[in-house]
Write a protein that binds this ligand. Structure first.
Ligand code: NAG
Ligand code: NAG
Ligand code: NAG
Ligand code: NAG
Ligand code: NAG
Length: 433
């Protein structure tokens, strides 16, 4: 009798083991995920890759910090047995805030034979390509996604999200994207952006961090989830250097990340700016946001003129040389000493909620080497009708780690990692697995 119940137990355990194996109960719950980010040398876009579909393929994508969701080209070579269009009025449509969900008359129909991106009775989204300012309608769908987990030091086992929501886009929406890209990965403030879906799937912190490499030859990194965020050579956790500023809500609905800049200083002296432009008005105009779409910081003409004039004055005796578009303030590269944090030019401080919270920009993030001989101030005049007064672009973000904490509605920044003797290209992407 005893031996029989023993056998039952064994059978039961075997059965249980099989079940958990077959139905993909995760063997462990990741605390964080990691993606590599490369800088495309031609377009200066930041690119990444995700594994998607069944059988899995690696999908090259362009990163869009303020983007609403993931969209991929479904018209060309989308083959997957796990692709599922989202049915009209489903929970998925309302989570995605789909345009057709509130109005069932606009439920998607498609007159071609059914295929990914073309199904009847589906809800849709408006995928956008901010590089060519174009948006169009696309089917909301889900499919399986695979990403590496991380312990903060190395990539770990791949984990999968079975029903990851995304939108299909047509092939023409890829125009202007770096070679081979098949869509855009949105990290913005929505319920279906990559950070939101990952944190809700794995129940980890509603937080992610980006660390963009300045080089096209070595990868930067995006972490989903809380730190540690460790970088070679000493494996130091740079999350201990984070200083926070609140994320500001734009009165106009936006998935972008806005902060409040109170002043700009050069060499510790305040640049005279029109402060009205630093606030967001009731129409959503003005203010400051981060963007990976703009390769360099873009400013409203009045702030741009004030900053460049002040900078030239603070540089002092060194003569400027011929402007090199899109930049206006350029110098002979030999005019400045070389420091650990780039050319020894006046510092530019972005003063945030108070005088103590300052993002200091050194030569490595302010001066762009346009050729071997000339360096230019890497800020661009956006004209006098810009929607957002200051758009902090990719070049100014490189080799700084930024952590977006959506639960606490704040963004943390480390300042230049060059001071900590590391760079964003120093995450150890090898694993012993
Ligand atoms: C959608 O429904 C229409 C009308 O019934 C039909 O002609 C069409 O083939 C269907 N399309 C798909 C993609 O199923
Ligand atoms: C996971 O990380 C390993 C090691 O860096 C890499 O070779 C692999 O392509 C990654 N897998 C995915 C799905 O990103
Ligand atoms: C400051 O900017 C606001 C908004 O564009 C404008 O209405 C105002 O005239 C500007 N003030 C000055 C002193 O230029
Ligand atoms: C992280 O994972 C890597 C690779 O699996 C391992 O070598 C390393 O010791 C781990 N580090 C920590 C701090 O757990
Ligand atoms: C990177 O991580 C791997 C796996 O833990 C380890 O074997 C290797 O020594 C690390 N590389 C460096 C340069 O420390």
């Amino acid at each position: 009798m005893a031996s029989s119940s023993y056998h039952h137990l064994i059978l039961f355990l075997l059965f249980f083991h099989l079940i958990s194996h077959c139905f993909g109960a995760p063997s462990f719950r990741p605390k964080a995920l990691v993606l590599p980010v490369s800088k495309d040398p031609t377009t200066l876009q930041y690119a990444t890759r995700l594994t998607q579909r069944t059988p899995p393929v690696s999908v090259p994508l362009i990163l869009h910090l303020g983007g609403q969701f993931l969209w991929v080209d479904c018209d060309k070579a989308y083959v997957s047995s796990t692709y599922r269009p989202a049915r009209c009025n489903s929970a998925q449509c309302s989570l995605a805030n789909s345009n057709s969900n509130s109005n069932s008359n606009s439920c998607g129909t498609c007159n071609s034979p059914p295929s990914p991106g073309c199904n009847n009775n589906t809800c849709g989204l408006i995928p956008e390509n901010p590089f060519i300012n174009t948006a169009t309608g696309g089917e909301l769908a889900s499919d399986v996604i695979g990403v590496n987990s991380t312990n903060g030091s190395n990539p770990g086992p791949i984990v999968t999200v079975p029903n990851f929501l995304f939108s299909c886009g047509p092939t023409f929406l890829l125009k202007g994207l770096a070679n081979k890209a098949q869509g855009i990965a949105g990290l913005g403030r929505t319920k279906i952006s990559l950070p939101s879906q990952f944190s809700s799937t794995f129940s980890f912190a509603k937080t992610f961090a980006i660390c963009l490499s300045s080089s096209s030859n070595s990868n930067g990194v995006v972490f989903f989830g809380d730190g540690p965020y460790r970088f070679l050579p000493r494996n130091n956790d740079v999350s201990s250097n984070l200083i926070y500023t609140p994320l500001i809500k734009n009165p106009e609905p936006s998935s972008e990340y806005f902060i409040k800049v109170n002043a700009i200083k050069v060499n510790d002296k305040e640049v005279p700016l029109n402060k009205t432009l630093l606030s967001i008005d009731s129409q959503g105009k003005g203010g400051t946001k981060f963007s990976t779409v703009n390769p360099y910081t873009v400013m409203h003409t009045s702030s741009y003129n004030a900053l460049t004039k002040f900078f030239v004055k603070e540089v002092g005796d060194v003569a400027t040389v011929k402007a090199m578009a899109p930049f206006e303030v350029c110098y002979d590269a030999k005019s400045f000493s070389s420091t650990r944090v780039g050319p020894g030019v006046p510092t530019i401080d972005i003063v945030l909620q108070n005088e103590e919270v300052v993002w200091r920009i050194f030569g490595a993030n302010s001066m762009v080497a346009v050729n071997d001989d000339v360096i230019c101030l890497g800020f661009v005049d956006g004209g006098d009708n810009t929607r957002t007064s200051i758009v902090i672009g990719g070049y100014q973000l490189e080799n700084n780690l930024l952590q977006f904490d959506l639960a606490k509605s704040r963004v943390g920044f480390t300042g230049s990692l060059l001071f900590s003797q590391t760079t964003c290209a120093n995450f150890n992407f090898s694993s012993d697995a």
